[in-house]
Design a protein around this ligand. Structure first.
Ligand SMILES: [Zn+2]
Length: 217
């Protein structure tokens, strides 16, 4: 399996590699997406160019895209209905960008398209890093907070809990993120239970990929 990871920072991408292997149950060959994104909405802006690069210039089987939800609408069960699209949901937006990009591409390198995997961390990827360590952090807790108009925690608080500061250096942030995701490297069920929409969508996308023909090693 060859795949590329596109996210908001090198920290996220290092941690996501471990989590994607946790879902797949096997290591994969990482393909570089050629462009680097810096936060939202930059990820969505460069996604079409990244997909075209992977499709024509590499033998990547798929692309994994993960962004923070921040204060946007949380992707829920009702967004999964056929044809449904919520314009303020980042997961729906990224899926739409993917769909619009791949439908115009001719087959290349023996495949019709680079496969899609999209996840959204609610409200930020540090919430995933805290999973299994801090029971107060979950999608359900965040959704209840949005309903009441009072967030249960801020993104800065989550960063503080993971990195010990809300302005970590890059090497320190990578070290902390990798330390936290070790809990899930062989079993991602807790992450799927606590983050059923944003992480669950990522896991379901990966598992829906066809077990590859020869060459997908
Ligand atoms: Zn959605």
């Amino acid at each position: 399996m060859r795949l590329a990871i596109l996210s908001e920072s090198p920290v996220d991408e290092a941690a996501l590699k471990v989590l994607v292997e946790g879902v797949l149950g096997a290591p994969f060959h990482q393909v570089q997406p050629a462009l680097r994104a810096r936060g939202w909405p930059n990820v969505q802006q460069i996604l079409p160019a990244v997909i075209r690069h992977l499709h024509f210039n590499t033998r990547a089987d798929g692309v994994v895209v993960v962004v923070d939800a921040d204060d946007s609408v949380v992707h829920t069960e009702e967004h999964e209905a056929p044809g449904y699209f919520h314009p303020q949901c980042r997961l729906c937006q990224l899926r739409a960008t993917y769909r619009q990009t791949v439908k115009r591409l001719p087959p290349a390198h023996g495949r019709t398209r680079v496969l899609r995997c999209v996840g959204v961390a609610v409200p930020a990827i540090e919430a995933w890093y805290l999973c299994g360590r801090d029971d107060s952090v979950s999608e359900a807790a965040w959704l209840r907070g949005q309903e009441k108009g009072r967030a249960p925690y801020t993104r800065a608080e989550l960063k503080h809990r993971v990195y010990g500061t809300d302005r970590p250096s890059l090497p320190h942030a990578i070290k902390c993120a990798l330390r936290e995701v070790q809990r899930h490297r062989r079993d991602v069920r807790r992450l799927e239970a606590d983050f059923p929409h944003g992480f669950g969508a990522l896991a379901r996308d990966l598992r829906s990929w066809p077990a590859g023909p020869a060459g997908r090693d």
